[in-house]
Design a protein. Structure first.
Length: 334
């Protein structure tokens, strides 16, 4: 939202402010944008006190009438859907939340986009869709028919749903497969957040697959830059596309998929070492086997995104961890 406002766009932010994690960090994020938490109430648009181009509404995507009404009143040119019930492990114990938020909620966005002639829908998918694929680096041209968690399956479903609406109603849709996002203001259930909190407290951290996991950690500022650039790159229909020859990430409809990652995977143990160096404190590591639903490695081939919109991830993991820790220490003052 900050990036769009900086570029002079008028923006409406939407969040249901649920209690999946501490709502205080959600209100603190909104305060950064000039919103007063005391004025926020369900289904009521409030305006930022520091930027007249910014408004916010507390609304649940499961409220189909509310989503439709908002889109009809605002007549959005574009929608960026980053809302979802995230987390692979949580999906093992709370499966119904994923079908509600990620599938039903996304359907309501598609319906609203359909009936209000939205010019471009950008939505977040996930590297989790690659599942049992063992071709490295992951390419959008690879098959993704074997997800290994319900979270991954729900994000694959989003891609299929978006394609069907793009095909049926000519809605330009772009899906972004995010790779291990991290940075300031992130979710407290993410590894970097948990590791930082526990290392500072002198508590052991669980390290899955004995640290032999590779992740393409991608810093939030690089992701934001990619999302913003993609929003202005509206996919075009390609009547010459043939399903027999592919590629999978394109279509005869105005639809496109991209990987958005750092293109530089590192081992989890090296990630922990960088965090230890920044905190100047050793981690107490509890080595654990691979957790159900996890993959051993992820690596984004983001070459098409680089070619099409000049996406350029610039932040090294060491730099990103340093920025996160600085924010964490300032925000929580442990």
């Amino acid at each position: 939202m900050k990036r769009a406002l900086a570029e002079g766009m008028e923006v409406v932010g939407l969040d249901n402010i649920n209690d999946y994690y501490d709502v205080n960090i959600k209100y603190a994020r909104l305060a950064q944008l000039g919103f007063d938490s005391s004025e926020i109430q369900l289904k009521s648009l409030v305006r930022s006190k520091t930027n007249p181009q910014a408004r916010f509404i507390q609304l649940d995507l499961l409220d189909s009438d509310g989503v439709m009404q908002l889109c009809k009143e605002e007549k959005f040119d574009g929608i960026v859907n980053l809302a979802a019930q995230a987390g692979v492990r949580y999906s093992l114990t709370h499966p119904h939340v994923y079908t509600e938020s990620n599938i039903t909620g996304f359907l309501h966005i598609l319906e609203a986009a359909r009936h209000t002639q939205v010019k471009h829908l950008v939505f977040a998918s996930s590297s989790s869709v690659y599942g049992l694929n063992d071709e490295i680096p992951f390419s959008t041209k690879h098959n993704t028919d074997h997800p290994i968690s319900l979270y991954a399956a729900s994000k694959k479903a989003n891609e299929l749903m978006a394609h069907s609406y793009s095909h049926l109603y000519n809605i330009p849709c772009t899906g972004l497969r995010f790779f291990s996002a991290y940075g300031p203001w992130g979710r407290p259930d993410m590894a970097l957040f948990i590791f930082t909190q526990k290392i500072i407290a002198g508590e052991p951290i669980d390290v899955y697959n004995h640290g032999k996991m590779k992740r393409d950690f991608t810093y939030i500022d690089d992701l934001v830059d990619g999302v913003y650039k993609v929003l202005h790159q509206i996919p075009q229909a390609n009547p010459d596309w043939k399903k027999s020859t592919g590629p999978y990430d394109r279509s005869s409809a105005p639809y496109k998929l991209y990987n958005i990652g750092n293109n530089d995977p590192i081992e989890l143990k090296d990630f922990i070492v960088a965090l230890e160096e920044k905190l100047n404190k050793k981690a107490i590591c509890n080595m654990c086997p691979m957790q159900a639903g996890d993959v051993s490695q992820s690596w984004a081939d983001s070459s098409e995104l680089i070619d099409d919109v000049a996406y350029e991830p610039k932040t090294t993991v060491k730099e990103g961890i340093s920025k996160f820790v600085d924010w964490y220490l300032e925000f929580y003052k442990p």
